[in-house]
Design a protein around this ligand. Structure first.
Ligand code: URA
Length: 253
């Protein structure tokens, strides 16, 4: 079977394997994977295209992007923000990374220690898993946009406080408004709860198409949770395949 596969597809399957997601084909849908989650194996993570190395936002330097100055202003407002107490303990703010014209937007909870150090979201182990998931979906990290609800690290990675979310959320709303993604993926309970203003358990929020300020939104497990609970990778993969199917419909509508 591998003989007839192109190299890119073979690599994609290699990464799905590394994610613990077994790939099998049906005659009717050769392109769609059914999934079977197993243990995490990030041994290939260092090779995954798009593994973050810097916060340089490739493809966004083109002057034809009219909103570039707006982005610069927003980024500067975030960099100097002191609206909540997190400014006192941060090393630096973590604005967001990716394509300003992304169709997909992935939203996490808040920077962790690695992100606080490097100034870019999802650069630690959870980020490597996110990169692998993106690759398995056929997406490159630099073609999507990745941000967090909070732009500063809560000390000790504690949960975001309602006051912090309230102060920080306008930045995220502005990012969404500028990007106008076709689809948003909320990564984990805290992102889902902050975005949807609900306390409904994540298990009840996943598996359905929701909306965030008019944009289709899917909720799935946070990559850090999946590192601790690899058995749930199958469910996360199903969520993302559902999102991808909706994206395909949106693209052809
Ligand atoms: N977890 C998050 O929610 N966001 C990050 O950027 C990193 C880890």
């Amino acid at each position: 079977m591998l003989k007839s596969m192109n190299i890119e597809e073979a690599r994609r399957r290699q990464y799905l394997d590394a994610l613990g997601i077994t790939f099998w084909e049906t005659r009717q849908h050769p392109d769609l994977a059914a999934t079977n989650a197993m243990a995490a194996d990030l041994s290939l993570a260092g090779d995954i295209p798009g593994t973050p190395t810097s916060s340089v936002q490739l493809k966004n330097t083109d002057d034809s992007i009219g909103d570039l100055h707006v982005w610069r202003e927003l980024e500067s407002a975030v960099r100097t923000c002191k609206k909540c107490s997190l400014h006192a303990t941060r090393t630096q703010t973590v604005f967001g990374v990716g394509n300003y014209q992304a169709k997909w937007m992935f939203i996490g909870e808040a920077p962790g220690a690695d992100e606080d150090r490097q100034g870019e979201p999802f650069v630690g182990r959870a980020g490597q898993l996110l990169n692998a998931i993106l690759f398995a979906l056929g997406l490159k990290r630099e073609e999507v946009y990745i941000a967090n609800v909070l732009k500063c690290r809560p000390p000790g990675n504690r949960d975001p406080q309602p006051e912090e979310v309230a102060q920080c959320e306008p930045y995220l709303l502005r990012q969404i408004d500028l990007i106008k993604p076709r689809l948003i993926v909320a990564l984990g309970r805290h992102a889902a709860h902050s975005l949807l203003k609900t306390e409904v358990p994540l298990g009840k929020l996943r598996g359905q198409q929701l909306t965030y300020h008019g944009t289709p939104l899917f909720v799935t497990y946070h990559p850090a949770y999946l590192l601790r609970n690899p058995v749930d990778k199958r469910k996360a993969w199903n969520d993302l395949c559902h999102a991808r199917a909706v994206m395909k419909r949106l693209e052809t509508a």
